[in-house]
Ligand binder design. Sequence first.
Ligand code: MG
Length: 386
Amino acid sequence: MSRSPLAADPARSRGREFPGTSDETRGPRSAFQRDRDRIIHSIAFRRLRSKTQVFVAPEGDHYRTRLTHSLEVAQIGRVIARALGLDEDLTEALCLAHDIGHPPFGHAGEDALDNALTEHGGFDHNAQTLRTLMRLESPYCTHEGLNLSWEVLEGLAKHNGPVEAPHWALAELDAAFPLDLGTWPSLEAQVAAVADDIAYDNHDIDDGLRAGFLELDDLLTLDFIADQWREVERRFPHAPRDRQLRELVRGQIGWMVNDVLAHTRASTKGIEDRAQIAVSDRALAGFSPAMHAAERRLKAFMYAKLYYHPEQTATAEKANTVIVQLWDAYCEDPSRMGSRWADSLPAEEPHRSRHIADYIAGMSDQYALERVREFFGDAPGDLSNV
Ligand code: MG
């Protein structure tokens, strides 16, 4: 596939926050390859292996975690990027990093931290992704953060399109290294965003069925899933049910990817340079209007049946309590964070509370549960419901 004139070009990157600090002798890599590699080698990335995707600290090895989710997003994103002639390395870096700012226990953890920081600007997982990559994850002797390329940071900041009212964490970073928050990001960033949707729409069906929270008969009330299923039964009438279900999920992913390719090719026709993407009045890479409508119905279904399943809601409440307990414990006795974090605790608000929130946000589900057991004995132990 030849390179699209709309692809981001690593040789013409807008640079890094701390210029002149990159050691260009470590392997022949483009700027975006370096970014992808820095993300993979980060501690924050490794911690995704025991952070909640949908299920809290699942006992079953077959469920997704945020790490395996991010790998699936990267797989889908790369396929789309390559087929469209976009920069595959930039797309992959964006996909791998997109969930790095999630605290333990997914949205339950995010709500708890947002509450805890009510008077200090709140907590937002996407802004925390940027804060993690630009300030908290600091493996270099010369500067804070991973010092990623402008294109990676703008793509993460504008994951959902232009940002009208940036969260404090994003506003602070944007003041230090301006990311043009009011414009549309690259096509690579738009591809990463839709790859995230395709990945979780489909793997949550797979995990939801596995956990017994979803039933196939219920899923078949969605006409497009019923169409896919009829096709699976026609082609593989005698295959075991579990393989038929994997075929269903695989078919859905392919159907959505093909829709994105066709729609993106059509909507970028006549667009000749990247500057036009930034000032467009809408996303140019993504689902067709028909797929968008189908996908919204699928999401509504998943909220009703899986994300707000009574067992999931009950687990989320317990997870929220864990974060509140940890919050109180660290505010009361910051030395519990260990010397590196306790010694650098600012005395003034809002910085003090934000520092404690950074510490808790970095935790894996497992680590958070272990700390609660350490501080409070038997208080909420195992949260796993699958
Ligand atoms: Mg995601």
